[in-house]
Write a protein that binds this ligand. Structure first.
Ligand SMILES: *Cc1c(COP(=O)(O)O)cnc(C)c1O
Length: 380
């Protein structure tokens, strides 16, 4: 058999052991799962995996997840944790039925924010959205707009590494909802619950678990909207009123992946144990300082996001000078067991994308930076 390109790259360049991160997972989703969580799952498996999600064992776990998220995010009284099967992408569809009444306003500055805007644009029961677009690498600003009943934006645009403060748009009225895509931000970026009505995410990014589940932290106004729109026709799978009723009983409408629930609960416990959301954000901040600091000092690397305030603390995007072939660099890293540093494919830049999530150790990012410098020197 001819050698694969990876094998060739590896044969050519073997990164010295002392430069290799202890854990080589730097993907922005799915992301590094803590080995301790996997071990705990293996220990619990004989009386957990393969048991009914309608019985006390799994329902107790869902109840713990809901209570744990209340605690982690300091949710005020009246906020509810709602969950369902299908991931953040399914939640966009669900929100187009159950949270947006007539028209939404969207920030669009990358793949994920564009996808949600396309959902509400295509929905025949909604009017065309108001879209505030910005080229990748930055973001626009939503202003109060009396034509809309919901404002939608990503806390972190994972495709570009741009973060936005979660704040109600200036001039927004009390009956307009703020729907925040926190898929890659929740658990790694600071947030105040008073500033959102639905803060939704999936567990395979900061929560270092597996995909296929969505979780939404819902304000009383969001709950009221869900209940008021309950009569609008909607596929039952996407019906947020049904999801809300099931969540209140610590269940999901249909069968969830039990391992996903287990890993999510384990991660929430870990986050609370190390000091809560503040401690998780501090870990991401330190990770970000390591990667951006290295890039700024490098003669060939530059943070893609020019405005330091918008530079993500959870996903770093690093551009390289033309003389460095970032795709080849990523291939050599991959061949050495350093995984998923490739940029978001549709962005089409000479770039690496590196997750800075709470589970990633700063020492591993220091080694990654040293390994990248080592490879660049030898690719030249
Ligand atoms: C990963 C991601 C999604 C999609 O999540 P799925 O669980 O795969 O549907 C949506 N929005 C953002 C910001 C993401 O990072």
């Amino acid at each position: 058999m001819p050698p694969t390109p990876d094998a060739e790259a590896r044969a050519a360049l073997v990164i010295p052991a002392e430069l290799r991160p202890a854990d080589g997972r730097f993907g922005s989703g799915p992301s590094k799962v803590r080995p301790e969580a996997v071990a705990a799952l293996a220990r619990a498996a004989p009386t957990f995996l393969g048991t009914s999600h309608r019985r006390p064992g799994v329902r107790g776990l869902v109840g713990r997840i809901r209570a744990g998220l209340h605690e982690l995010f300091g949710l005020p009284a009246g906020y509810e944790v709602v969950l369902g099967v299908g991931g953040a992408t399914a939640f966009w569809d669900a929100a187009s039925f159950g949270l947006i009444e007539r028209r939404a306003a969207h920030l669009v500055h990358g793949e994920f924010s564009a996808k949600f805007a396309e959902v509400t644009r295509a929905a025949p029961h909604l009017e065309d959205p108001v879209i505030v677009e910005h080229p990748p690498g930055g973001h626009g600003t939503l202003a109060g707009d009396d034509r809309v009943d919901a404002y939608c934006f990503p806390h972190n645009e994972t495709s570009t590494g741009v973060m936005v403060d979660v704040r109600r748009p200036a001039g927004a009225t009390g009956d307009q909802l703020v729907l925040v895509d926190a898929t890659s931000a929740a658990g790694g970026l600071p947030v105040a619950p008073e500033e959102f009505d639905a803060y939704y995410f999936a567990p395979q990014k900061c929560f270092g678990g597996d995909g296929g589940l969505w979780v939404a932290l819902c304000s009383p106004a969001a709950v009221e909207r869900i209940e008021r729109l309950a009569d609008r026709w909607c596929p039952a799978f996407l019906n947020l009123a049904i999801a809300l009723a099931n969540s209140r009983r610590d269940q999901t409408y249909n069968t969830p992946a039990l391992a996903t629930l287990f890993l999510l609960d384990d991660q929430i416990r870990w986050m609370i144990r190390i000091g809560g959301l503040e401690a998780c954000v501090a870990r991401c901040r330190a990770n970000a300082a390591t990667v951006y600091g290295w890039a700024e000092a490098s003669p060939v690397a530059t943070p893609f996001v020019a405005d330091p305030a918008a530079r993500s603390l959870v996903v770093a995007t690093i551009d390289f000078a033309a003389e460095v072939d970032a795709a080849r660099l990523a291939a050599v890293l991959r061949a050495n067991g350093i995984l998923d540093t490739e940029p978001y494919r549709k962005l089409g830049r000479n770039q690496l994308r590196i997750a800075l999530f709470p589970n990633i150790e700063r020492e591993d990012l220091e080694r990654l930076a040293a390994a990248i410098d080592w490879v660049i020197e030898r690719l030249a």
